[in-house]
Design a protein around this ligand. Structure first.
Ligand code: ZN
Length: 612
């Protein structure tokens, strides 16, 4: 058995020292400082109107029943009989032979349309199954890839099948970056070798990985958890961390395990950041929790030839997780730039996520000076916690990581647009959409397949229920939001060239979760609030003055009169999957996605009615 007393003693000393240096706020954010006295680097951080509709089978409205299979298989066969015949009521003042834009002047008529929209979305929705097609037939959609271009062809044909007034593409040149094959990370730790020495593979798990039995390794995981979750009465339940991942998902047989122990080298998980250069780097690590720490240590020359781990975690007390993301994403976007001047060899960034798990979350990074570009990659939050801890207790700890990224020539791609012409103001546009590209990890299901399907479905619902808009309604799938914004910039540029007037622009890029409300520019905020009682009925009760989004921002720059609106769904689980392998169709809830599309359609209708 390994003697953990020495480790505990060392941690006690460090804890006393941290309190002296950083005060009580430092319970977890113990900060990074030089542990030279101990001879080590210390980093403890850180919806068909008019006619009755007979529903004859569960998914007869779905464009492709295959993608409802998850639900279908979970429903008892008798549940289909319960649906029987549903009659869809018509708003009292609706005349299907007449344009109806002049009728919607009362809250009552608005309310009836809200009902129709929600019925169409929830009873005969297309958003979920279309998202399934997109994710499962095409998958990830990194700008400039062949796969993305095939998905764009699908999107055009899919939209054309609904016979909107027009469906067209807008050519755009996009950057092209590839992560390449076989990026990897390994952790060299003689101490871990010692701890795993008595271990053996005892059985096989569901993924055909051996379950390793090692009491000391379990103890090590507990220590990592209690260091990370110091407030927790039972920290072992807070996170299945890195060591647990090693014990259950990494060793296929006894030989693999013995090899790791012999070489004191254990596997890790890594995802190159979008835009990173390639590299093969080995070195000692320094964990950093703030830009100030980085600069202080950098000026002391401590970071030279080191691998820096940027380990500032999300601030968990924000209710909206986008604020947590915003508060620390600069370390991912600018991390390499920050570190390069101090002689740092490479950078590992703690994943931008609330979750404690072993998934790496990628995202864009930029170099202000390509000549000084150093490799930069994301590591899982649980691995960041483990490295942070191991770096305290193992003076011999080092890591090696290899990235095989490539930046290729820009390529011609396109935005995809679909329209219903306005009856009164055909030259004034209400645009709504999401971005069609995604990162190459996962399937871009929530980010932002969901936003695109919200927009398409809103246009489809309004057409299907017979709503005749005053303004031209345009659904947009913008390309290249993730690593260049070229689609949105080109869209705004072409709108200006053509002299198009955008009355309003709505963006959905916060996932396919339960809709909560909207952020609306002050010019239209009061008008949307006239219908608060109706919005409330659909649990859309979160309102913010001021709207925006990456893809609609450029429109406002060209025309300050464009009203920006952001769709706001619940954000609590978004960053669990954002830019990670877990952003897949299976992690999107059908009802939540459908309610989002309905909320968007309601907002489009209200703006169309209230704006001139
Ligand atoms: Zn996005």
């Amino acid at each position: 058995m390994f003697d953990f007393k020495v480790i505990k003693h060392q941690l006690n000393l460090l804890s006393i020292r941290n309190k002296m240096l950083l005060g009580n706020k430092s319970s977890y954010f113990q900060g990074m400082f030089l542990g030279m006295f101990l001879g080590i680097f210390v980093s403890i951080s850180i919806p068909v109107l008019g006619q009755p509709v007979t529903i004859s089978s569960q998914f007869s409205f779905a464009p492709d029943p295959n993608f409802n299979s998850v639900i279908q298989t979970t429903l008892p066969s008798t549940s289909q009989n319960n649906l029987a015949v549903r009659t869809i009521s018509t708003p009292d003042n609706y005349d299907s032979s007449q344009p109806n834009y002049k009728h919607l002047t009362t809250s009552d008529s608005i309310s009836k349309y809200f009902e129709k929209i929600h019925q169409e979305a929830l009873l005969r929705g297309h958003s979920y199954s279309r998202l399934g097609e997109l994710c499962k037939k095409y998958g990830a959609r990194l700008s400039g890839s062949d796969q993305t271009e095939r998905a764009i062809e699908w999107a055009v044909q899919m939209l054309k099948s609904y016979e909107f007034d027009s469906v067209y593409q807008q050519p755009v040149m996009v950057p092209r970056w590839e992560r390449g094959e076989n990026s990897n990370l390994s952790i060299h730790s003689p101490l871990m070798g010692l701890i795993f020495k008595e271990s053996k593979v005892i059985s096989f798990g569901s993924k055909q990985f051996g379950i390793v039995d090692c009491i000391d390794a379990q103890k090590l995981q507990k220590m990592i958890n209690s260091n990370r979750f110091q407030h927790s009465p039972a920290s072992e339940y807070e996170c299945n961390g890195y060591i647990q991942w090693l014990l259950t998902e990494q060793f296929k047989n006894e030989k693999d395990l013995k090899n790791a122990i012999k070489q004191n080298t254990f596997p890790g998980e890594i995802s190159a950041l979008g835009g990173s250069v390639s590299g093969n780097i080995e070195g000692k690590i320094v964990c950093i929790n703030s830009k100030n720490q980085l600069d202080s240590l950098g000026k002391l020359g401590v970071l030279k030839n080191k691998i820096v781990v940027l380990n500032r975690p999300f601030e968990e007390d924000y209710i909206q997780t986008f604020k947590s993301y915003g508060s620390c994403v600069n370390q991912r976007v600018n991390g390499a730039d920050w570190c390069a001047p101090y002689g740092v060899k490479g950078v590992l960034v703690r994943s931008m996520s609330n979750a404690c798990d072993m998934h790496a979350h990628t995202g864009v990074t930029y170099y202000s000076d390509p000549k000084n570009a150093i490799p930069i990659a994301a590591i899982p939050t649980a691995l960041a916690d483990a490295l942070n801890f191991l770096n305290i207790i193992d003076t011999e700890l080092s890591v090696r990581f290899q990235l095989n990224c490539k930046t290729l020539e820009d390529r011609l791609s396109s935005n995809v647009l679909a329209e219903t012409k306005g009856g009164i103001y055909p030259n004034k546009i209400i645009v709504f959409g999401g971005h069609f590209d995604s990162w190459d990890e996962g399937e871009g299901a929530h980010d932002d397949g969901a936003g695109c399907m919200h927009a398409f479905e809103a246009l489809r619902i309004l057409k299907t229920i017979g709503y005749q808009p005053k303004h031209t309604l345009r659904c947009a799938f913008w390309i290249n939001e993730e690593n260049g914004l070229k689609g949105a910039l080109k869209y705004a540029e072409l709108c200006q060239e053509k002299g198009e007037i955008h009355s309003a622009a709505i963006e959905s890029d916060r996932g396919g979760f339960t809709p909560r409300g909207f952020g609306v520019d002050s010019a239209m905020y009061t008008q949307t609030q006239k219908y608060r009682a109706i919005w409330d009925k659909y649990l859309l009760d979160h309102w913010e003055i001021g709207g925006g989004g990456a893809d609609i921002g450029p429109l406002k720059k060209k025309d300050p009169n464009t009203v920006l609106v952001s769709f706001i769904p619940d954000s609590q689980r978004y960053f669990d999957v954002h830019h990670a392998k877990t952003d897949v169709f299976e992690n999107v809830n059908k009802r939540e996605l459908e309610l989002g599309a309905a909320a968007l359609a309601c907002m489009i209708m209200v703006l169309d009615q209230e704006m001139e």
